[in-house]
Design a protein around this ligand. Sequence first.
Ligand code: G1P
Length: 296
Amino acid sequence: MQVKKAVIPAAGLGTRFLPATKAMPKEMLPIVDKPTIQYIIEEAIASGIEDIIIVTGKGKRAIEDHFDHAFELEDTLMKKGKMDMLDSVLETSKVEIHFIRQKQPLGLGHAIWSARKFIGDEPFAVLLGDDIVENDEPCLAQLMNQHELTGKSVIGVQQVAEQDTDRYGIIDPVSVDGKLIKVNKFVEKPQAGTAPSNYAIMGRYVLTPEIFEYLGEHELGAGGEIQLTDAIQKLNEVQSVYAYDFDGQRFDVGEKFGFIETTIEFALKRPELKEQLLDLFEKKLLEKRTVESAKY
Ligand code: G1P
């Protein structure tokens, strides 16, 4: 069955970006001039998703406003002939996006479970906002293809450094032979030194609807939260869940340095910003060298 619906959880408090996220959803923090959540939505659309449900919480109204029409702004831009700006504003109001509130902050697994009525009895996608993936064939489209071939749930993974495995859901692969991987076990944030591999779950999933049975058990896992990874492992015990080592560069916008790095990488892709940025780096490097050489 074709995957047409996607869930994007956006209920987290965004504490890593305080105070910016005190009154503004972390999903609205921009990379150059586009909110992070818009990159995620564009990937879903480019993959062929038709309906998107965003699971929000308190203080997230700006996300709803962002994907709505802004008549006054559109009218003003139109009258002033600022067509490029008008296009960029209209871009966000083209898609059918639905919103639902997660009633209690009980974890990622609970946020996905909140969308069960919207999904019904069909396979669906999940995209997490902390990961932006760049590739000609979108990351989600790659997983959807694998789902069509296998009929099973498919979880996007990539390898991470050994010392970072405790920050992710990690798979214990049966064997790694190509990009589609059979999995013994999915483990959420294994303690340092205990990870069964360095293949980490990267915030892209295609899941069969049976996942809701296990999410509905509301069992608490790592960090005292209802974990999506734990429900995936339970599903894996009754119907194989595959991992897929997808192609693409992944940017971690969920933590400060990753966010800054992504901003710089994306700004360097803009012709109108590139030269200025490179000049700035050159100047900073020179300053650094001058300070260093003064030490000797
Ligand atoms: C979540 C998932 C984890 C996954 C990660 C990817 O963790 O629970 O399995 O590896 O996203 O970004 P979080 O970063 O929300 O703690």
